[in-house]
Design a protein around this ligand. Structure first.
Ligand SMILES: NC(=O)c1ccc[n+]([C@@H]2O[C@H](COP(=O)([O-])OP(=O)(O)OC[C@H]3O[C@@H](n4cnc5c(N)ncnc54)[C@H](OP(=O)(O)O)[C@@H]3O)[C@@H](O)[C@H]2O)c1
Length: 267
């Protein structure tokens, strides 16, 4: 019996396997994976020394925690042929964006415990931000085990399922907002004479260092901002331009709009 089965070994499936083994203390012998593409299974088996199969049925049959990492459009044709294998003691974990716990239970046609997880792309390097919603039937011990497991690909927080769209709008889509900001910062440097390479290196390190400073000091961002904003200095001139461009208003609207879109897509 394997502890963890993973169905779908694409970007996210592989990120989870890597995180679980390298940071989560899971033994490769405790993991079995499957994918529709046999070549992909071979690659993953060779890379991580896990057990691999082309049969999703074998994965469900032989594991306790079954992680679904296929695309949302493939949920029905993946789960439908497996539903007879889900019995007491098994837990389904879905990383599928926008797919509600209730929908998975409906496809399975029985009351199997389901966990919904929303990671983001930095999870592929172990620096993700992960939202987790638990089916109320799952006990505290199992909740802790699952939260610890997903903490191996980044920061994991538990939220009510009704807030999963907000998690999607903030941390799910968030890397794209940050990439855009970093690129704009670098373009600003280019406008002022730096090469794009120099400017990008400075922009990336500035965002990384600032985020780390908030994380390590625990200080409110506005306190750290005020500390670098001297009267009549360069920073207040730059900040004034950001205010004129309504940066904060725009970012708040971006999160709200992406949250609404996530709701629409999961209806
Ligand atoms: N990537 C992210 O950053 C991210 C973030 C948050 C959530 N997610 C969620 O993670 C899930 C996977 O995303 P991804 O980016 O990893 O997608 P992906 O790279 O396309 O991986 C999905 C894998 O599942 C395989 N597959 C398709 N149908 C299957 C089936 N019936 N049985 C077994 N394997 C099957 C696919 O093979 P084929 O390519 O041959 O179809 C592919 O190898 C999605 O639901 C997404 O919403 C991803």
């Amino acid at each position: 019996m394997f502890r963890i089965g993973i169905i779908g070994c694409g970007n996210m499936g592989e990120a989870l396997i890597k995180g679980f083994i390298e940071k989560g203390g899971v033994r490769s012998t405790d993991i079995i994976v499957s994918d529709i593409d046999p070549e992909r299974v071979k690659q993953i088996v060779n890379r991580y020394n896990v057990a691999g199969t082309e049969s999703n049925r074998k994965v469900v049959d032989l594991s306790q925690l079954i992680i679904l990492a296929v695309k949302p459009k493939d949920i029905e044709n993946t789960l439908e042929p497996l539903k007879d294998l889900f019995d007491e003691g098994k837990i389904v974990v879905s990383v599928l964006a926008g797919v509600k716990i209730e929908r998975i239970k409906n496809i399975l046609g029985k009351d199997i415990p389901v966990v919904r997880v929303m990671p983001n792309t930095p999870a592929v390097i172990g620096e993700g931000a992960v939202g987790i919603s638990f089916d109320p039937v799952i006990d505290q011990e199992k909740r802790k085990e699952i939260k610890d497991l997903f903490s191996s690909v980044g920061l994991a927080i538990v939220v009510e399922e009704s807030l999963m769209d907000a998690v999607t709008g903030l941390s799910g889509s968030g890397p794209a907002y940050v990439f855009t900001f970093i690129d704009a910062l670098a373009q600003g440097g280019v406008k002022c004479g730096l090469s794009y390479r120099e400017a990008l290196d400075l922009a990336v390190q500035t965002v990384l260092g600032s985020a780390m400073l908030i994380k390590e000091t625990g200080e409110h961002p506005s306190v750290l901002r005020d500390r670098v904003t001297s009267p009549g200095g360069t920073t207040i001139y730059g900040l004034h331009e950001l205010e004129k461009g309504s940066l904060r208003d725009t970012v708040i609207n971006a999160v709200e709009s992406a949250t609404k879109r996530s709701k629409e897509l999961s209806e």
